[in-house]
Design a protein around this ligand. Sequence first.
Ligand code: BES
Ligand code: MN
Ligand code: ZN
Length: 493
Amino acid sequence: MRVIVSTKTVSEVSTSLLAAYSFEKEEPKNLKSLDELSDSQTSNAIKAGEFSGKEGETLLLHCKGKAKRLLLLGLGKREEFTAQKLRSASGKATAQAKKLKQRELALSLDVHLPISVYDASQAAIEGAFLATYSFDKYKTEKKEGESEKIEVGELTLLATSSDARAVENGAGIGTITGECQNLARAMCNEPPNNATPSSISKNAEQLAKQYGLKAKIFSASDLKKMNMNALLAVASGSVQEPKMVVLEYFGGKDKICLVGKGITFDSGGISLKPGKDMEKMKFDKSGAIDVIAAAVAAARLKLPLHIIAIAPLTENVPSGSAYKPADIITTSTGKTIEIQNTDAEGRVILADALAYASSLKPNAIIDLATLTGACVVALGSVAAGIMGNDEKLIEKIKKAGSESGEKVWQFPMWKEYDELVKSDVADVKNVGTPGQAGTIAGAKLLEKFVSSPWVHIDIAGVSDSDREKPEFSKGATGYGVRLLTRLLQTWKK
Ligand code: BES
Ligand code: MN
Ligand code: ZN
């Protein structure tokens, strides 16, 4: 989708669908021009109570001007406004254009928003991009009545001449963030027979080449030399070779490691999961994909930072060579882990990956992992759980969470919880006490392997969605790409 910033007014712009935002119980700021365009249908609809600006509300009007249709979008109450509402409304407009089989869409940002035009433009464009994606590449049969697929190819953002610069900058960031999040969604949605550690590595290498990052792919024999026995143990049941992808982008001094759990399929291993919903475990690679996509975004945005994305990749499947409950593994740091359940594999591979990140002595480590079912129980699909050893970094992530619309909620890491992962026979064990603070237990194991300011983000509940929304199709969400990009974009602020 091509994005154009234009200083044309709503009556001047030629488009097949023009969308205008409006707050609840407020007259749209440019009502006069909207009425001119729509032959007074806008104020008639408002007077008749057919459109009140409620959050999520839409009204489609046909016009005789240069714009052929006008779509009014409700943002809800002004006092309750967040950038996320603008993102969703813009997504709805894009979905509507797609449904009406229109290739053009224009968004009018002339609304007096409580956030800067720059942030508003970013959010609006992100929402529009996110609405364009759906996972249909494996569908070989066309839908009934569909001769060809029609997509929104051109998106015009209307700005006043004094705002044009800020709108252009915000739209530029929104385009990159939106595209990178869709890239993450596409990679995560790939089925486990195609998205293997090797194919994801190749994909990452290709992205690095395209966007000017350095790529290093560690093979199983490299991992052996590096004593990454925890990653190798989880991989030992699979015929797929494990890999570790390291993507690096140099844009400045502050060094930030982004580590992501990359289980391309989590069957549980010898501690096999029940069959119900097991197919969802293709999304267990989301953390790895998200950090790869975020590093690409940082490079494309030319952020003044040194970003290193680290993605350990393997399947977790049972076989005669698989790791077993009761195994004791000596990790790359020399610390030992007692395996009590092979289904708690994420923390095992992350032990080696986080130790590797720590050895690079970064200013911060942020890891993303679909780590625990307990996090889904606690927060559902609304927010990710965050835990860490550095309150300042946690605060930064909370701020990025509310600005990006990818919500986070903090869990405590008090010393008392160390008990959860104490082992009788090794330094730590990979499961806590059943039924007790499972998400924190996971983070407590990870904590033992980091020696830098660090935050762990448990994305088990947010990495995929089984609910279809007009502005966000079901499947992989790419959660984390916006959160991380916003964090990096505002790092020094
Ligand atoms: N990948 C799962 C966690 C998960 C569960 C993600 C549901 C998304 C939705 C993880 O590897 C796992 O199996 N964790 C176990 C840990 C337990 C055995 C200590 C869990 O949460 O049940
Ligand atoms: Mn598991
Ligand atoms: Zn898992």
